[in-house]
Design a protein around this ligand. Structure first.
Ligand code: N01
Length: 505
């Protein structure tokens, strides 16, 4: 806010900030913390909504919870010994992020209601100008996009969907005003979101019709309440809590051996998942419908204790013939059978490899990120920097997602590296940095080479990990410890520094 003596023109919004961070989920908050630790405090965080939390604010569907153990799904610098369960429910994770902002005094950086629509690099001033919906602009020397990898819900255009007269919504925008009691509810999709909420609405709705295109591999979830005594003990003994976190991390990381190094090691896991179906469901026809025909790990492995029991209920139908047509109050399935429907819930995932397509991010030479990636694929260095987009950093960018461990770990590696990169610019008194094209090319080629050996390429499935050309642009192909190693120290020889800071805007 402008101080009384400050001319109107030099408001917080108009002046050149050191860093603008976009998004207030785990990534945005982790970035604020890492920048502060590096002594960089002139930072504004733009948040499109009126509350913090990113995906953990937006996803409020019944049963929404973490499918990674809670003690690894939190910031290492802001440990939380107080998780109530081994896999925490969404409200607890959202509250944790609110608490991080309060306890770490981060709220002063946040500007709510500021949705980035694009950003433009000014070569002369060596600044980024961020455009927000509503026509405002924000200017900074460095721009960190922490908008998230799974934040734009994807709703398929089913034939006739616009003629449907009942309620319909995407699971990531759950409409809590729609009362499902006694309704005929159609659920489209059987991914990580659907398997969490279907057990919650089964028995509430009169009937649930679950439209499954591809079955998921589902393992039992080792979810249990964590006792007050145990939580108190971890709170009193931070060293034990750190050791516990390390043990959970090691257990998760060991899964990577099967994913990356030797997919044959996943065979026993596949056997366990098959037994999980057979143990929960008696009907052989349903067992056959729910048994995937691709290798486990090719898509994200899901965990649940109540999904299969819900599907075994007499008031839940699994429809595998597809959706031929949506009518005013029904769905005609692929076999031509018409099902009455009052509510349609789309659990159909997110725009992932096209998540940046809607943002006009214009770098050097007036070329947008969308044009660059359309021409060359989503190539980056370490998922964070793109050549000809100087002073821009992407958090959870291409090929830094995980199928086996906590993305919060990746986020913290990135936030630290970004702070180091900005510090390196400052230390040299320069205006900015741009990753060398050959470094990006080498780095990207190495990632793609390793992906060829992984289960996602050889597992016999298609998934949202792949872009339109079938190239995996989502997953980090290796142990996360390798990513930590590659990002632990910013290497100044990877980039070109340019412009004396004194000459900049
Ligand atoms: O989405 P998905 P999600 N007609 O993309 C189907 C994270 N997450 O929201 O497999 C019919 O996995 C599609 O079918 P198919 C996590 O990373 C984390 O469930 O493409 N069906 C699939 O079954 C997760 O992986 C937590 O054949 C259509 C489903 O819709 C990611 O979010 C919790 C269709 C989409 O599944 C996404 O999960 C929840 C169509 N036209 C989510 N289009 C945590 O706990 C799509 N489908 C951390």
């Amino acid at each position: 806010m402008a101080s009384p003596s400050m001319p109107e023109a030099v408001t917080d919004q108009d002046r050149v900030h050191e860093v603008v961070v976009v998004g207030s989920g785990f990534a945005g908050l982790a970035q604020l913390l890492a920048l502060r630790r590096a002594g960089i405090t002139d930072v504004v965080l733009l948040e499109k909504a009126d509350a913090l939390g990113g995906t953990w604010r937006d996803n409020t569907y019944p049963g929404c919870a973490c499918d990674i153990p809670s003690h690894m799904y939190s910031l290492s610098t802001v440990p939380n010994p107080d998780w109530s369960r081994s896999y925490s429910p969404q409200p607890e994770i959202r509250d944790y992020l609110e608490r991080v902002a309060d306890d770490e005094d981060l709220r002063g950086h946040v500007r709510f209601g500021q949705e980035m629509t694009g950003a433009t690099w000014d070569e002369h001033r060596r600044t980024w100008t961020v455009h927000t919906r509503g026509g405002r602009t924000w200017t900074a020397r460095f721009l960190v996009s922490a908008v998230g990898a799974l934040h734009l819900p994807k709703t398929p255009q089913l034939p006739g969907a616009d003629t449907f007269t009942g309620a319909s919504f995407h699971s990531a925008r759950w409409d809590h005003d729609v009362d499902l009691r006694g309704k005929q509810v159609a659920v489209i999709g059987t991914g990580a979101s659907a398997i969490q909420f279907v057990p919650q609405i089964a028995g509430v709705a009169a009937r649930v019709q679950l439209y499954q295109r591809t079955p998921a591999w589902v393992l039992p979830k080792g979810d249990r309440p964590l006792s007050g005594a145990r939580r108190g003990f971890l709170a009193r003994h931070p060293g034990v809590h750190r050791a516990y976190r390390a043990a959970v991390y090691a257990a998760l990381e060991s899964r990577a051996i099967g994913f990356h190094a030797n997919p044959a090691l996943l065979k026993p896991v596949e056997w366990l998942a098959t037994k999980n179906i057979e143990r929960s469901i008696d009907d052989p026809e349903l067992v056959a419908k729910l048994t995937p025909d691709y290798s486990i790990g090719c898509k994200r492995i899901l965990v649940s204790n109540d999904y299969y029991p819900a599907l075994a209920r007499p008031d839940v139908d699994v429809v595998t013939s597809g959706v031929r047509e949506v009518r005013a109050s029904s769905i005609v399935d692929g076999d031509g059978v018409e099902h009455d429907v009052d509510v349609i819930i789309y659990a159909t995932g997110f725009h992932v490899t096209d998540a940046y397509d809607g943002l006009e991010i214009t770098g050097r030479g007036g070329r947008t990120l969308r044009e660059t990636w359309a021409a060359e694929g989503m190539a980056t260095h370490l998922g964070m920097t793109v050549s000809d987009f100087p002073n821009l950093f992407l958090l959870l960018g291409p090929n830094t997602g995980l199928g086996h461990n906590s993305v919060v770990f990746m986020i913290e590696c990135q936030a630290r590296w970004v702070a180091q990169a900005i510090t390196a610019v400052h230390a040299r008194g320069m205006g900015g940095l741009d990753v060398r094209a050959e470094v990006q090319q080498r780095s990207n080629a190495a990632v793609q080479h390793r992906l060829q050996k992984g289960i996602w390429t050889r597992g016999g499935c298609t998934s949202w990990y792949l872009d339109a050309a079938g190239v995996n642009r989502t997953i980090w192909p290796g142990f996360t410890v390798r990513y930590w190693w590659e990002t632990r120290r910013f290497d100044p020889t990877d980039v070109e520094f340019f412009g004396r800071a004194a000459d900049a805007a």
